[in-house]
Design a protein around this ligand. Structure first.
Ligand code: ATP
Length: 311
């Protein structure tokens, strides 16, 4: 089942086109990344998916239901972690999660167990009786997540959940996202940190100025920017290595030998890895280290837009 389908969606705020003909298809079970700089349209896209704001043109289906007709059903099955932390500073952590879970209709034993599960999940069980006014930024964000997941939604949407927090809380959140996904939730994760999106997302849309400018897995996106692949091979001694011989291997475009490291650049669509390894084995030269350099999503964005992701 397609969890989300956006078809040719246009959203204007006055003169600003926040979404300009956006198409998105998100399958059940994905961790789907929306990556783009400030103002790209990420929050607008997810606000539409959640039924929080209207749109001017196009079609939006969530769980195969039309957002314009079945918003109530859709909202019940979504958990949203907003960009700005939305918790009550003077209620305890437990009371906060209980409040949000009860909005989704949970009652009695089920409510109690769900609240405890959500606090445990974000690592805040021991702070259940404390008020978030005294929490660090990272702890507040984790509580924000607990409030969004207690009702066990099919789709969890996280809008830049790691902005401005310490590395420990950041890692905790990224691990939680993976666990929630393993437990069966589809996740939409917006960020302008490409490292995060690269680390956890199964598929990614890169957005800029209200448009989806590229879409695919990390590998598909990075392969867009270059048709070559670079491998670095470290060996004990370069004695016996002949640059010309390496250049003779199919697909090899360039060879650079520096100290004990050999950089081999090959055409991406030629599979020659075995041939390269075999060359060293045939010369009885042990390989000490080998790394493959792939361009990252920052490079993709830079190539497509001429600008950096983070301003
Ligand atoms: N309520 C609004 N009124 C007017 N303009 C808006 C409103 N909400 C968003 N916009 C504009 O729409 C565009 C897209 O904004 P949006 O918040 O969706 O971007 P974003 O990718 O989520 O960026 P950020 O990372 O800063 O949240 C921006 O130009 C923004 O200024």
């Amino acid at each position: 089942m397609k969890i989300v389908k956006m078809k040719e969606v246009i959203k204007r705020f006055g003169d600003v086109i926040a979404l300009d003909n956006v198409n998105l298809e998100i399958e059940e079970g994905e961790i789907y990344g929306l990556l783009g700089p400030n103002g790209a349209g990420k929050t607008t896209a997810i606000s539409i998916i959640c039924g929080l704001i209207s749109f001017d043109r196009g079609e939006v289906y969530v769980f195969d239901k039309d957002i314009r007709k079945d918003a109530e059903f859709i909202k019940k099955n979504i958990g949203i972690v907003p960009q700005d932390v939305a918790i009550y500073g003077d209620l305890t952590a437990y009371e906060n999660v209980k409040f949000f879970a009860s909005l989704y209709g949970l009652r009695g034993k089920e409510l109690k167990e769900s609240v405890e599960m959500a606090l445990e999940f974000v690592g805040l069980s021991d702070k259940a009786k404390e008020v978030p006014n005294k929490f660090s930024g990272g702890m507040k964000r984790r509580l924000n997540i607990a409030c969004a997941i207690a009702h066990r939604p099919k789709l969890i949407i996280m809008d830049e959940p790691t902005v401005g927090i310490d590395p420990q809380s950041r890692n905790h959140i990224l691990e939680s996202v993976k666990k929630l996904n393993e437990m069966g939730s589809t996740i939409i994760y917006t960020s302008h940190y490409m490292e995060e999106v690269e680390a956890i997302c199964t598929r990614i849309s890169i957005m800029d100025h209200g448009k989806v400018i590229a879409e695919g897995t990390k590998e598909e996106l990075t392969s867009m920017v270059t048709d070559v692949n670079t491998v670095y091979i470290e060996i004990g001694s370069i004695d016996g290595i002949k640059e010309e011989e390496l250049k003779g291997i199919k697909g090899v475009k360039a060879v650079e030998i520096r100290d004990s490291t050999i950089k081999i650049t090959s055409l991406k669509d030629v599979s020659n890895f075995d041939d390269i390894i075999h060359y060293f084995i045939s010369k009885n030269i042990p390989i000490r280290n080998l790394r493959n350099e792939i361009p990252d999503l920052e490079t993709v964005f830079l190539t497509l837009t001429g600008r950096k992701l983070r301003d």
